[in-house]
Design a protein around this ligand. Structure first.
Ligand SMILES: C[S@@+](CC[C@H](N)C(=O)[O-])C[C@H]1O[C@@H](n2cnc3c(N)ncnc32)[C@H](O)[C@@H]1O
Length: 205
């Protein structure tokens, strides 16, 4: 069962499940802090970049809900961002967009750095009653086939709506700046390979 508060993300998950031939799946638009399942009924909780990351107000209620739904001994595995500077792609987007008109209203990925304070998330998990919490850094390569695809990722990122509201000339300046700053990640075939470091936390209830 997959839960996300965003209907488009749930639609995407449903279509990926069909693509991969997965059956016996359900996907629901909903909140991590109110999962539609009975207490102690779930074998494992897996979250990529949502639980313990996105929603400050919801961090503790979501953890309490995870503890409620997991059966005793049930496992959890959570991918979370590390400090924003280690999320190379977002740090790059933030940098190239930082002096556009209205930049004050841009999303600030560095605001989440407080959650990445060493030991902070593990302590939150232990406090919520999880045992044997382990944590490690994890680096993966984000790949896009060419510059146009990199620009498209920028436009579909949380920066997109701000950039789309710019004059065309200003938008072009940002896109050119992105190409310049990303040059170090460009491969000989024109694709980009951008190393991103995140963290994994796992353990049992
Ligand atoms: C960075 S995206 C990751 C999406 C997906 N898990 C993946 O790995 O591709 C974070 C997702 O968390 C969802 N989200 C954030 N806070 C949430 C909450 N309190 N309840 C449910 N979903 C939430 C957002 O809607 C968004 O789709």
């Amino acid at each position: 069962m997959g839960v996300d508060r965003s209907a488009p993300m749930i639609d995407l998950a449903r279509s990926k499940a069909v693509e991969r031939g997965l059956t016996d799946t359900t996907f629901e638009v909903g909140e991590m802090s109110r999962m539609p399942v009975q207490s102690a009924s779930v074998d494992a909780v897996v979250s990529r970049f949502a639980l313990l990351y996105e929603d400050f107000a919801d961090v503790l209620p979501s953890l309490a809900e995870t503890a409620r739904v997991l059966r005793p001994g049930g496992a959890f595995s959570l991918a979370v961002w590390d400090r924003a500077e280690l999320n190379t792609l977002i740090a790059l987007f933030h940098h190239v967009a930082s002096d556009v008109p209205g930049a004050d209203a841009l999303p600030d990925p560095f605001a989440y750095d407080v959650l990445a304070t060493p030991g902070h998330r593990a302590a939150l998990l232990s406090g919520a009653g999880f045992a044997a919490v382990e944590e490690t850094a994890f680096t993966f390569d984000y790949r896009v086939p060419d510059q146009a695809a990199l620009v498209e990722v920028l436009h579909t990122s949380p920066y997109g709506p701000h950039l789309d509201a710019l004059e065309p000339a200003e938008r072009t300046t940002v896109e050119k700046r992105l190409a310049t700053h990303a040059a170090g990640y460009r491969q000989s075939d024109g694709s980009y390979q951008i190393p991103i470091t995140c963290r994994l936390l796992w353990g049992r209830r």
